[in-house]
Design a protein around this ligand. Sequence first.
Ligand SMILES: NC(=O)c1ccc[n+]([C@@H]2O[C@H](COP(=O)([O-])OP(=O)(O)OC[C@H]3O[C@@H](n4cnc5c(N)ncnc54)[C@H](O)[C@@H]3O)[C@@H](O)[C@H]2O)c1
Length: 267
Amino acid sequence: MATLLITGAAGRIGTALRPRLLAAGHDLVLLDERTPDDPVVAGERFVAGSVNDPAALDDALAGVDTVVHLAGIPTEAAWNDLLAANLTGTKNVLERAAAGGVLRVLLASSIHAVGRVPEPLDEPGSVPGDRLPRPDTYYGVTKAGMELLGSLFADRYDMSIVSARIGAFGEQPSSSRALLMWSSPDDLARLVLATVDLREPGHHVVWALSRNTGSPADLTAGERIGFVPSDDAFHALDPDARADLPPEDLRFLGGEMVSLPLGRSTS
Ligand SMILES: NC(=O)c1ccc[n+]([C@@H]2O[C@H](COP(=O)([O-])OP(=O)(O)OC[C@H]3O[C@@H](n4cnc5c(N)ncnc54)[C@H](O)[C@@H]3O)[C@@H](O)[C@H]2O)c1
Protein backbone atom coordinates (compact mmCIF):
# COMPACT_ATOMS: atom_id res chain seq x y z
CA MET A 1 0.00 0.00 0.00
CA ALA A 2 1.26 3.46 -0.87
CA THR A 3 0.19 6.99 -0.04
CA LEU A 4 -0.44 9.10 -3.13
CA LEU A 5 -0.75 12.86 -3.34
CA ILE A 6 -3.16 13.99 -6.06
CA THR A 7 -2.79 17.68 -6.91
CA GLY A 8 -5.84 19.16 -8.60
CA ALA A 9 -7.83 16.38 -6.96
CA ALA A 10 -11.13 18.25 -7.18
CA GLY A 11 -11.02 18.27 -10.98
CA ARG A 12 -12.51 15.82 -13.47
CA ILE A 13 -9.57 13.44 -13.66
CA GLY A 14 -8.80 13.59 -9.94
CA THR A 15 -12.43 12.87 -9.10
CA ALA A 16 -12.43 9.82 -11.39
CA LEU A 17 -9.11 8.50 -10.07
CA ARG A 18 -9.93 8.71 -6.36
CA PRO A 19 -12.26 5.69 -6.02
CA ARG A 20 -10.11 3.61 -8.35
CA LEU A 21 -6.89 4.25 -6.39
CA LEU A 22 -8.63 3.70 -3.06
CA ALA A 23 -9.98 0.39 -4.41
CA ALA A 24 -6.40 -0.59 -5.28
CA GLY A 25 -5.58 -0.25 -1.56
CA HIS A 26 -3.80 3.12 -1.53
CA ASP A 27 -4.26 6.10 0.78
CA LEU A 28 -4.72 9.50 -0.81
CA VAL A 29 -3.85 13.10 -0.01
CA LEU A 30 -5.98 15.49 -2.04
CA LEU A 31 -4.60 18.97 -2.73
CA ASP A 32 -6.68 21.56 -4.49
CA GLU A 33 -7.57 25.24 -4.30
CA ARG A 34 -11.22 24.25 -4.18
CA THR A 35 -13.01 21.71 -2.05
CA PRO A 36 -13.85 18.49 -3.90
CA ASP A 37 -17.54 17.98 -4.66
CA ASP A 38 -17.33 14.31 -3.70
CA PRO A 39 -17.01 13.83 0.07
CA VAL A 40 -13.57 13.04 1.49
CA VAL A 41 -13.77 9.44 2.71
CA ALA A 42 -11.73 7.07 4.90
CA GLY A 43 -8.22 6.72 3.51
CA GLU A 44 -8.25 10.30 2.18
CA ARG A 45 -6.95 13.61 3.59
CA PHE A 46 -7.79 16.96 1.98
CA VAL A 47 -5.36 19.88 1.98
CA ALA A 48 -6.79 23.16 0.73
CA GLY A 49 -4.18 25.17 -1.11
CA SER A 50 -2.26 25.99 -4.23
CA VAL A 51 0.66 24.22 -5.84
CA ASN A 52 2.21 27.69 -5.79
CA ASP A 53 2.16 27.69 -1.97
CA PRO A 54 5.24 25.80 -0.68
CA ALA A 55 3.76 25.43 2.82
CA ALA A 56 0.62 23.77 1.48
CA LEU A 57 2.77 21.48 -0.67
CA ASP A 58 4.97 20.47 2.26
CA ASP A 59 1.88 19.73 4.35
CA ALA A 60 0.38 17.66 1.53
CA LEU A 61 3.63 15.77 0.83
CA ALA A 62 4.10 14.49 4.39
CA GLY A 63 4.16 10.68 4.31
CA VAL A 64 3.60 10.49 0.53
CA ASP A 65 5.28 7.92 -1.77
CA THR A 66 4.07 9.07 -5.20
CA VAL A 67 2.67 12.32 -6.58
CA VAL A 68 -0.01 12.47 -9.28
CA HIS A 69 0.28 16.07 -10.45
CA LEU A 70 -2.95 17.14 -12.16
CA ALA A 71 -3.37 20.72 -10.90
CA GLY A 72 -3.36 23.37 -13.57
CA ILE A 73 -5.30 25.00 -16.37
CA PRO A 74 -6.47 22.22 -18.71
CA THR A 75 -6.94 24.25 -21.89
CA GLU A 76 -5.87 27.35 -23.82
CA ALA A 77 -5.71 30.49 -21.67
CA ALA A 78 -3.76 33.70 -21.21
CA TRP A 79 0.00 33.16 -21.32
CA ASN A 80 0.75 34.49 -17.82
CA ASP A 81 -2.02 32.40 -16.27
CA LEU A 82 -0.74 29.27 -18.01
CA LEU A 83 2.82 29.97 -16.93
CA ALA A 84 1.86 30.41 -13.28
CA ALA A 85 -0.47 27.43 -13.01
CA ASN A 86 1.14 24.90 -15.35
CA LEU A 87 4.86 25.64 -15.36
CA THR A 88 5.64 27.40 -12.08
CA GLY A 89 3.16 25.06 -10.36
CA THR A 90 4.91 21.99 -11.79
CA LYS A 91 8.33 23.35 -10.86
CA ASN A 92 7.12 23.90 -7.29
CA VAL A 93 5.63 20.40 -7.01
CA LEU A 94 8.87 18.83 -8.25
CA GLU A 95 11.06 21.03 -6.00
CA ARG A 96 9.11 20.27 -2.85
CA ALA A 97 8.80 16.56 -3.73
CA ALA A 98 12.57 16.29 -4.27
CA ALA A 99 13.24 18.20 -1.03
CA GLY A 100 10.90 15.85 0.83
CA GLY A 101 12.42 12.69 -0.66
CA VAL A 102 9.27 11.86 -2.64
CA LEU A 103 10.90 10.44 -5.74
CA ARG A 104 8.02 9.13 -7.88
CA VAL A 105 5.86 11.61 -9.80
CA LEU A 106 3.33 11.37 -12.61
CA LEU A 107 2.93 14.65 -14.51
CA ALA A 108 -0.31 15.26 -16.41
CA SER A 109 1.03 16.25 -19.80
CA SER A 110 -1.21 16.34 -22.83
CA ILE A 111 -1.73 15.33 -26.41
CA HIS A 112 -1.50 19.08 -27.09
CA ALA A 113 2.27 18.93 -26.47
CA VAL A 114 2.33 17.09 -29.81
CA GLY A 115 -0.92 18.42 -31.26
CA ARG A 116 0.69 19.61 -34.51
CA VAL A 117 2.81 16.60 -35.46
CA PRO A 118 2.40 15.93 -39.19
CA GLU A 119 2.06 12.16 -38.86
CA PRO A 120 -1.19 10.92 -40.45
CA LEU A 121 -3.98 10.15 -38.03
CA ASP A 122 -5.14 7.23 -40.15
CA GLU A 123 -1.85 5.35 -39.82
CA PRO A 124 -2.08 3.14 -36.71
CA GLY A 125 0.91 3.30 -34.38
CA SER A 126 2.66 6.14 -36.26
CA VAL A 127 3.28 8.46 -33.26
CA PRO A 128 5.53 7.19 -30.46
CA GLY A 129 4.65 8.13 -26.89
CA ASP A 130 7.91 10.03 -26.47
CA ARG A 131 7.80 11.86 -29.79
CA LEU A 132 9.56 15.23 -29.84
CA PRO A 133 7.04 17.94 -28.85
CA ARG A 134 5.24 19.95 -31.48
CA PRO A 135 2.64 21.91 -29.52
CA ASP A 136 -0.57 23.31 -30.95
CA THR A 137 -1.24 26.13 -28.42
CA TYR A 138 0.36 28.07 -25.55
CA TYR A 139 -1.28 25.40 -23.39
CA GLY A 140 0.62 22.74 -25.35
CA VAL A 141 3.85 24.70 -24.85
CA THR A 142 3.34 24.58 -21.07
CA LYS A 143 2.78 20.82 -21.27
CA ALA A 144 5.96 20.37 -23.32
CA GLY A 145 7.74 22.51 -20.70
CA MET A 146 6.28 20.35 -17.95
CA GLU A 147 7.91 17.36 -19.64
CA LEU A 148 11.28 19.17 -19.70
CA LEU A 149 10.95 19.85 -15.98
CA GLY A 150 10.30 16.14 -15.50
CA SER A 151 13.51 15.37 -17.39
CA LEU A 152 15.51 17.88 -15.35
CA PHE A 153 14.31 16.63 -11.95
CA ALA A 154 14.75 12.95 -12.89
CA ASP A 155 18.36 13.68 -13.83
CA ARG A 156 19.18 15.93 -10.88
CA TYR A 157 17.52 13.99 -8.07
CA ASP A 158 17.33 10.40 -9.37
CA MET A 159 13.55 10.64 -9.44
CA SER A 160 11.20 8.32 -11.36
CA ILE A 161 9.00 10.66 -13.39
CA VAL A 162 6.31 9.80 -15.91
CA SER A 163 5.12 12.53 -18.26
CA ALA A 164 1.70 11.20 -19.21
CA ARG A 165 0.33 12.53 -22.52
CA ILE A 166 -3.37 12.36 -21.75
CA GLY A 167 -5.78 12.45 -24.69
CA ALA A 168 -9.54 12.94 -24.66
CA PHE A 169 -10.50 12.02 -21.10
CA GLY A 170 -14.04 10.97 -20.24
CA GLU A 171 -16.20 8.14 -18.95
CA GLN A 172 -17.08 7.50 -22.62
CA PRO A 173 -15.53 8.69 -25.90
CA SER A 174 -17.39 11.87 -26.84
CA SER A 175 -16.18 12.81 -30.34
CA SER A 176 -14.85 11.22 -33.50
CA ARG A 177 -11.33 12.21 -32.43
CA ALA A 178 -11.86 10.58 -29.05
CA LEU A 179 -12.47 7.28 -30.85
CA LEU A 180 -8.75 7.40 -31.66
CA MET A 181 -7.36 9.28 -28.64
CA TRP A 182 -9.60 8.33 -25.68
CA SER A 183 -8.11 8.12 -22.18
CA SER A 184 -10.50 6.05 -20.10
CA PRO A 185 -10.59 6.55 -16.32
CA ASP A 186 -9.66 2.90 -15.71
CA ASP A 187 -6.65 3.13 -18.03
CA LEU A 188 -5.44 6.37 -16.39
CA ALA A 189 -5.68 4.59 -13.03
CA ARG A 190 -3.62 1.71 -14.52
CA LEU A 191 -0.93 4.23 -15.51
CA VAL A 192 -0.87 5.71 -12.00
CA LEU A 193 -0.49 2.20 -10.53
CA ALA A 194 2.39 1.46 -12.93
CA THR A 195 4.04 4.69 -11.75
CA VAL A 196 3.65 3.65 -8.10
CA ASP A 197 5.57 0.45 -8.95
CA LEU A 198 8.52 2.23 -10.61
CA ARG A 199 11.78 1.61 -8.79
CA GLU A 200 14.46 2.78 -11.24
CA PRO A 201 15.16 6.51 -11.62
CA GLY A 202 14.43 8.00 -15.01
CA HIS A 203 12.05 10.14 -17.06
CA HIS A 204 9.47 8.45 -19.25
CA VAL A 205 7.25 10.28 -21.74
CA VAL A 206 4.32 8.00 -22.59
CA TRP A 207 0.89 8.05 -24.14
CA ALA A 208 -1.72 7.97 -21.37
CA LEU A 209 -4.30 6.56 -23.76
CA SER A 210 -6.54 3.56 -24.00
CA ARG A 211 -5.88 0.80 -26.53
CA ASN A 212 -8.10 2.42 -29.15
CA THR A 213 -8.64 0.54 -32.40
CA GLY A 214 -6.91 2.29 -35.31
CA SER A 215 -5.21 4.92 -33.14
CA PRO A 216 -2.05 6.61 -34.45
CA ALA A 217 -0.59 6.31 -30.93
CA ASP A 218 2.22 3.81 -30.49
CA LEU A 219 1.78 2.51 -26.92
CA THR A 220 5.14 0.77 -26.54
CA ALA A 221 6.84 3.53 -24.47
CA GLY A 222 4.16 3.05 -21.79
CA GLU A 223 4.34 -0.73 -22.00
CA ARG A 224 8.05 -0.51 -21.19
CA ILE A 225 7.16 0.89 -17.75
CA GLY A 226 4.39 -1.63 -17.15
CA PHE A 227 1.41 0.42 -18.38
CA VAL A 228 -0.88 -1.95 -20.26
CA PRO A 229 -4.11 -0.13 -21.20
CA SER A 230 -7.06 -2.38 -21.93
CA ASP A 231 -10.05 -0.19 -22.83
CA ASP A 232 -10.91 0.56 -26.45
CA ALA A 233 -13.05 3.53 -27.49
CA PHE A 234 -14.43 1.58 -30.45
CA HIS A 235 -15.87 -1.13 -28.21
CA ALA A 236 -16.96 1.30 -25.48
CA LEU A 237 -19.82 2.50 -27.72
CA ASP A 238 -22.40 0.58 -29.70
CA PRO A 239 -22.57 1.28 -33.47
CA ASP A 240 -25.46 3.76 -33.16
CA ALA A 241 -23.65 5.76 -30.46
CA ARG A 242 -20.49 5.76 -32.57
CA ALA A 243 -22.41 7.06 -35.59
CA ASP A 244 -23.93 9.84 -33.44
CA LEU A 245 -20.57 11.20 -32.24
CA PRO A 246 -20.02 14.83 -33.19
CA PRO A 247 -17.41 15.17 -35.96
CA GLU A 248 -14.16 16.91 -35.08
CA ASP A 249 -11.26 18.38 -37.04
CA LEU A 250 -9.07 15.35 -37.70
CA ARG A 251 -6.20 16.97 -39.59
CA PHE A 252 -3.99 16.92 -36.51
CA LEU A 253 -3.78 15.08 -33.16
CA GLY A 254 -4.75 18.32 -31.42
CA GLY A 255 -8.16 18.41 -33.13
CA GLU A 256 -9.95 21.72 -32.85
CA MET A 257 -7.34 23.18 -30.47
CA VAL A 258 -4.99 23.66 -33.45
CA SER A 259 -7.20 26.49 -34.73
CA LEU A 260 -7.86 28.30 -31.42
CA PRO A 261 -6.57 31.86 -31.16
CA LEU A 262 -3.38 31.72 -29.07
CA GLY A 263 -3.74 32.92 -25.51
CA ARG A 264 -7.51 33.26 -25.54
CA SER A 265 -9.25 31.55 -22.66
CA THR A 266 -11.79 28.92 -23.73
CA SER A 267 -13.52 28.59 -20.36
N1 LIG B 1 -9.36 16.34 -19.19
C1 LIG B 1 -8.60 16.04 -20.24
O1 LIG B 1 -9.11 15.53 -21.28
C2 LIG B 1 -7.12 16.26 -20.19
C3 LIG B 1 -6.36 15.91 -21.33
C4 LIG B 1 -4.98 16.11 -21.29
C5 LIG B 1 -4.36 16.61 -20.15
N2 LIG B 1 -5.12 16.95 -19.07
C6 LIG B 1 -4.43 17.51 -17.88
O2 LIG B 1 -4.84 16.79 -16.75
C7 LIG B 1 -4.91 17.67 -15.61
C8 LIG B 1 -6.29 17.54 -14.96
O3 LIG B 1 -7.27 17.83 -15.94
P1 LIG B 1 -8.82 17.94 -15.54
O4 LIG B 1 -9.59 17.71 -16.78
O5 LIG B 1 -9.09 17.14 -14.33
O6 LIG B 1 -8.88 19.50 -15.19
P2 LIG B 1 -9.87 20.25 -14.16
O7 LIG B 1 -9.86 21.67 -14.55
O8 LIG B 1 -11.17 19.53 -14.08
O9 LIG B 1 -9.10 20.05 -12.78
C9 LIG B 1 -7.93 20.79 -12.46
C10 LIG B 1 -7.96 21.04 -10.98
O10 LIG B 1 -6.76 21.73 -10.64
C11 LIG B 1 -7.09 22.69 -9.66
N3 LIG B 1 -6.06 23.74 -9.71
C12 LIG B 1 -5.83 24.63 -10.71
N4 LIG B 1 -4.81 25.42 -10.38
C13 LIG B 1 -4.38 25.01 -9.16
C14 LIG B 1 -3.36 25.44 -8.29
N5 LIG B 1 -2.53 26.46 -8.62
N6 LIG B 1 -3.18 24.79 -7.13
C15 LIG B 1 -4.01 23.77 -6.77
N7 LIG B 1 -5.01 23.34 -7.54
C16 LIG B 1 -5.19 23.95 -8.73
C17 LIG B 1 -8.48 23.20 -10.02
O11 LIG B 1 -9.12 23.77 -8.90
C18 LIG B 1 -9.14 21.92 -10.52
O12 LIG B 1 -9.86 21.27 -9.48
C19 LIG B 1 -4.60 19.06 -16.13
O13 LIG B 1 -3.25 19.35 -15.85
C20 LIG B 1 -4.81 18.95 -17.63
O14 LIG B 1 -3.98 19.85 -18.34
C21 LIG B 1 -6.48 16.80 -19.07
